[in-house]
Design a protein around this ligand. Structure first.
Ligand SMILES: [Fe+2]
Length: 255
């Protein structure tokens, strides 16, 4: 294993586990310039690690086409001015939209954060069935991967308490968006989910510089003013463990 992988990355708080910073890849960054500015803004508030998680929609394309597009986008960013000495370390991943049978789809192993067994999954925005929950558990038990459910706060209307408790009991990792932790109406519940260990990871889910910018700074301000430094430390450590072995962008083969 290369000595330049995640083990040598400086892990400053907070790592951004969910972002759409790759240029012209999905509904996120629309150009290399936008991507570079998103990275610069993230670095300005102390973020040292970002996972690039472009949308993967299985009904639109297969893994081969997606990975080829991701490699081309990553190459554009590298050749367009990405500088690991002043930008956050970037790991390449995907935000995989749930599909029936995902827990038995061997191709999912190709959509993990590169170099790891960790995969970010976006659940359906409709009522979850028990077979959907079983599918998530199969990702771990059948494929040997570590599923992370993206922006868990968005699904409150769609899962039952029993389903959520089962996923928690089974140790499925969950990510929350920073805007939810900072929101006036949502912060209490979000902070409680982080404090109780239900949520392990934080993400900006940034798409652009305007309506959905990199915003983990709001999280820093909120937690710092509420004695939440230990939560930040815990989330940083959990992220580090899930990204063990991840390959930094500049070390990615083919870019
Ligand atoms: Fe996203």
């Amino acid at each position: 294993m290369s000595a330049t992988r995640s083990e040598t990355v400086v892990w400053r708080q907070p790592p951004d586990f969910h972002s759409h910073i790759l240029p012209m890849m999905d509904d996120g960054s629309d150009s290399v310039a936008t991507s570079l500015e998103m990275l610069t803004r993230s670095a300005a508030y102390g973020c040292s690690v970002m996972v690039a998680t472009p949308h993967f929609y299985p009904e639109n394309e297969g893994p081969d086409a997606f990975l080829a597009r991701r490699a081309a986008s990553a190459a554009r960013l590298l050749n367009g001015g990405y500088d690991p000495s002043r930008h956050p370390c970037v790991f390449l991943g995907a935000e995989v939209a749930y599909f029936t049978g995902i827990g038995h789809c061997a191709d999912l192993k190709r959509l993990t954060v590169l170099g790891t067994r960790t995969v970010l999954v976006e659940m359906p925005f409709c009522r979850w069935t028990d077979s959907m929950v079983d599918d998530i558990l199969f990702i771990r038990d059948h494929l040997g991967l570590c599923p992370v459910l993206a922006h868990i706060e968005r699904y409150r209307a769609f899962y039952s308490r029993r389903q959520l408790e089962l996923l928690i009991e089974e140790g499925v990792a969950m990510q929350v968006n920073a805007s939810n932790i900072a929101g006036c109406l949502t912060r209490y519940r979000a902070r409680r989910m982080v404090a109780s260990g239900v949520v392990q990871l934080i993400g900006s889910d940034c798409h652009n510089l305007g309506t959905r910018p990199p915003n983990l700074d709001v999280l820093l301000h909120d937690l710092a003013s509420h004695g939440g430094e230990s939560l930040l430390s815990r989330m940083t450590e959990q992220c580090r463990l899930l990204l063990r072995g991840a390959v930094p962008l500049e070390q990615t083969p083919g870019t």
